[in-house]
Write a protein of this length. Structure first.
Length: 250
């Protein structure tokens, strides 16, 4: 079986870990990140409201680049702003670029928002900050289709969240949708709300499963891959400076 190579790559606020069999596939991901970030930045320069709104973006965007249109659609699905999907969408485009370059194994972890396509099983660790529920991972079977596993947190990392989840993780074949859904799910996790009730906000077509950790509590919904006990490798947590973001590849 081919050896996996990994590279940490940062472009402004985008901080990713890219995994592949070949360096050329990693380079394809990096090129995609540069191109898509530039397209997004140019659109935001024309309309700064796109970046700050926490509500669905309903302005005309006929000439918007594809990354913007996908972010708008994902945020609208859950009644939140388009930037809720930015990390997952960038990861999604990067993985697609790797696949187009011939990659059979392509993983991009954008600070806990992961897009992947893999010809071998892999483990995706769950980082939930100070929660006592530690050293857990999802066992992801090999798959020929794209998969998104995205995480939001009210206690870990820089993402905006109005909830108190240590980890709110969503699984979808569309990483853009998974990213916005994770934000919506994280927002729904409040101190006095039973965890099982929080999943109602993401019960939409295209969402396969979800998991929430709040302190010592954990709840699962839908089709969630098998959970395994593992020793989480902190070096694999995608981070910037001293900030540890939610989610990790083991």
């Amino acid at each position: 079986m081919s050896e996996i190579i990994r590279e940490h790559f940062q472009l402004k606020e985008t901080i990713v870990t890219i995994s592949a069999y070949e360096q050329s596939h990693i380079e394809a991901a990096k090129r995609s990140i540069r191109v898509e970030r530039k397209a997004l930045e140019d659109f935001i320069a024309r309309d700064p409201f796109f970046m700050i709104t926490l509500e669905p973006y309903d302005l005309a965007a006929k000439d918007a680049p594809e990354i913007v249109r996908q972010m708008i659609g994902a945020g609208r699905e859950f009644g939140i702003g388009p930037m809720s999907a930015v990390a997952g969408t960038i990861a999604k485009f990067a993985v697609q670029a790797m696949v187009d370059a011939g990659a059979a194994y392509a993983v991009v972890d954008n600070g806990g928002d992961i897009a992947l396509k893999s010809d071998r099983p892999l483990l995706v660790g769950i980082y939930a900050g100070s929660s006592p529920l530690r050293n857990l991972a999802l066992e992801i079977p090999s798959r020929s289709e794209l998969l998104g596993i995205c995480t939001s947190s009210g206690t870990v990392g820089p993402s905006i969240s109005f909830g108190c989840a240590d980890a709110a993780m969503v699984i979808s074949e569309d990483p853009s949708l998974a990213d916005s859904a994770a934000t919506a799910l994280g927002n729904a996790v409040q101190v006095d709300v039973p965890l099982g009730e929080c999943f109602r906000v993401i019960d939409r077509p295209g969402i396969e499963g979800a998991l929430v950790i709040r302190g010592p509590e954990m709840a699962l919904w839908g089709d969630v891959p098998k959970l395994r006990r593992v020793k989480l490798n902190a070096e694999r947590i995608t981070k910037a400076r001293l900030t540890i973001n939610d989610g990790a590849l083991i």
